[in-house]
Write a protein that binds this ligand. Structure first.
Ligand code: Z5A
Length: 222
């Protein structure tokens, strides 16, 4: 039986990586085989492209070229990590996926929706998350958490964008959650870690019933 596919989306510092990892831990404790992954990245080829994108090296090429690079990374990630895991019945938890492209490159970057749809058709095909958590917090909260975590390291390509950019980003993610309620759930990420984790765990149990998932036979850590 095909595994479940869960994605985390939202603005910077809203807690996507932390909660993706926490959810993976909880599912593994139930015996569910989980692959925890991220975009851009998640496979050796895609991690190389991640470095190019987040270093800002591709920014001078323009938003279309960046969109094509995100798509190339996704293609490698799906073929080498996501699909093999889902086919083995693993649950895949992915920190960002296609919604990020639609919002960062499409709505904020102004890349033509036709180009993005064509790239999605080629890379993603029919693959769609079973459940998407959209983590939402005021931008001051997210940016200050991201800044604290970063310490003295430099901002990456997107962290350095303006306050207006981050406000638009937040609005776009909130709209996404409203426009696809069957797939997306908006999570108030401004509260404590424990409260956010509880909201997520309640929804996963209600919508995907992990207690009935087949227990992974060859260990659960993959
Ligand atoms: N991008 C794109 O443009 N197009 C695409 O198609 C894709 C991506 C796939 C990837 O960066 C960048 O690529 C991203 C969009 C773009 N833009 N940026 N920047 P990334 O992977 O390096 O970073 P990110 O995805 O934006 O995530 P992030 O900034 O690393 O944050 P996060 O994962 O949402 O948060 P976190 O690391 O889990 O938490 C941040 C800190 O807050 C950390 O210290 C936590 O311990 C703390 N935290 C988390 N939750 C809480 C609560 N509830 N209370 C208090 N503290 C908390």
């Amino acid at each position: 039986m095909r595994g479940r596919f869960i994605t985390f989306e939202g603005g910077e510092g809203t807690g996507k990586s932390s909660h993706a990892a926490l959810l993976a831990q909880k599912l593994r404790a139930l015996g569910v085989g989980v692959v925890l992954t991220r975009e851009p990245g998640g496979s050796p080829g895609a991690e190389i492209i991640r470095h190019v994108l987040l270093s800002g090296a591709a920014k001078p090429l323009g938003p279309e070229a960046e969109a094509i690079l995100f798509a190339a990374a996704r293609d490698d990630h799906i073929r080498n990590t996501i699909m093999p895991a889902l086919t083995r019945g693993r649950w895949v938890i992915c920190d960002r996926f296609t919604d990020s492209t639609r919002i960062y490159q499409g709505e904020l970057g102004g890349v033509d929706a036709k180009l993005l749809r064509a790239l999605e058709r080629v890379t993603v095909g029919d693959l769609k998350p079973d459940l998407t958590f959209v983590l939402d917090a005021p931008i001051e909260v997210g940016l200050s958490r991201a800044e604290k975590r970063r310490g003295d390291a430099a901002s990456d390509r997107f962290e350095g964008e303006s306050k207006e950019f981050h406000e638009k980003l937040r609005d776009a993610f909130r709209m996404l959650a409203m426009s696809e309620p069957n797939r997306c759930v908006l999570i108030d990420a401004s509260v404590t870690r424990l409260e956010v984790a509880d909201q997520i765990w309640t929804i996963v149990n209600k919508r995907l019933d992990p207690a009935t998932a087949p227990v992974a036979l060859e260990g659960v850590a993959s």
